[in-house]
Design a protein around this ligand. Structure first.
Ligand code: TXA
Ligand code: MG
Length: 330
């Protein structure tokens, strides 16, 4: 069972655990979040493991200040206006990721955009104490309802985490509104705590509503968003001429020495380390110029399910970009 401690006086302990790469459940004004240091890939991998998430949905990064936000994302004038009006508060902005942003690629699931929000109260204070953004999805096992009390977090995840910071019942009780801001304007990705009408009034422009069902679909799940330019060949037991190799564990595919580039997800066969490396390794191998990335078999248990799901999406035929997309429950 996790320890539940009141928010007052929990800051140092929470920040200490997060700094050491542990998970901490934290209250926000919307719902409780399962937080990790967003700059630490292995810590972020633990989120997917604890929630038993079968795939890597991109996560929201929670910041304490505009200063921290600006190290991570590119703010257009419109994005800045929305942040000034609604932060701290239940609005998440999906913005272009800044090059070199100090955030694990597992947070964005390899996308070049990032979901950012500044929460009210305790979660913000913890991000400030840590001095780093917090990656945090809702603190519930995958496929279950979001938790709005420390008790609900304990019931769902208590066996998998050490500390729950209790800030009382969440004031808003539904997740944040998610708005993508890009050159074409504003798009609603998920309705939530801030009514869209208020956002339109503040922005002075209409918010595009995605089609029916789209709001429950994790937008980042489209296969096309993820596709590297190289083809992906999974379950490789040998390497062909001109291929790059994404290795796993200590046993090498035959002909590995002729790979034009090779990176190992985890020498030790550790799935948490593999998850943390997945998106950045794929990107680097893609940049090697290989036309095919051969991928050694990755076992399916635990985080292996999400890793294999991601690899299957990356391998999906490009002419059916939506073929492998799925409902993104989070
Ligand atoms: O109120 C909330 O937003 C809560 C609290 C803890 O902050 N968090 C939350 O996180 O609901 P989560 O992981 O359950 O939902 C995040 C949603 C997912 O549907 C994910 O697909 C989407 O945000 N998302 C994250 N990054 C994205 C990106 N770069 N582009 C599009 N969608 C993104
Ligand atoms: Mg959720």
């Amino acid at each position: 069972m996790a320890r539940i401690i009141p928010a007052e006086g929990a800051m140092d302990e929470a920040a200490g655990l997060l700094r050491r790469g542990e998970l901490v459940a934290v209250p926000t004004e919307t719902v409780y979040g399962l937080a990790a240091d967003a700059t630490n890939g292995e810590a972020v991998a633990k989120i997917f493991e604890a929630k038993n998430r079968p795939r890597f949905n991109p996560l929201i990064a929670h910041v304490d200040s505009m200063e921290m936000a600006e190290t991570i994302a590119e703010f257009s004038p419109l994005a800045r206006r929305l942040a000034a009006r609604f932060w701290p508060g239940p609005l998440t902005l999906v913005l272009p990721l800044k090059t070199g942003a100090p955030v694990s690629a597992l947070v964005t699931a390899g996308l070049d955009t990032i979901a950012l929000r500044m929460p009210v109260g305790v979660a913000r204070d913890i991000a400030a104490a840590l001095g780093r953004p917090l990656a945090a999805p809702s603190a519930n096992p995958s496929g279950r309802l979001s938790a709005t009390t420390a008790d609900a977090v304990e019931k769902g995840l208590g066996r998998r985490i050490r500390l729950i910071v209790d800030g009382g019942p969440a004031r808003v009780g539904v997740e944040s509104t998610i708005i993508r801001v890009d050159r074409s304007g504003l798009t609603l990705l998920r309705p939530g705590g801030v009514p869209v009408e208020e956002i339109e009034a503040a922005a002075g422009t209409a918010v595009r509503r995605a089609g029916p069902g789209a709001s429950v679909q994790a937008p980042g799940m489209m296969a096309s968003h993820y596709a590297p330019s190289a083809a992906i060949r999974r379950g490789a037991s040998e390497v062909h001429d001109g291929e790059a190799l994404l290795a796993f564990g200590s046993h090498r595919a035959a002909g590995a020495e002729k790979a034009i580039a090779m990176l190992n997800l985890s020498e030790d066969g550790d799935l948490r380390e593999a998850a943390a490396n997945l998106f950045s390794h794929l990107r680097k191998l893609d940049e090697s110029g290989a036309s095919v990335i051969a991928v050694e078999p990755v076992p399916g248990g635990g985080l292996g399910a999400a890793i294999n799901d991601r690899l299957a999406r990356a391998a999906a035929p490009r002419d059916h970009p939506h073929a492998k997309s799925g409902a993104g429950e989070s």
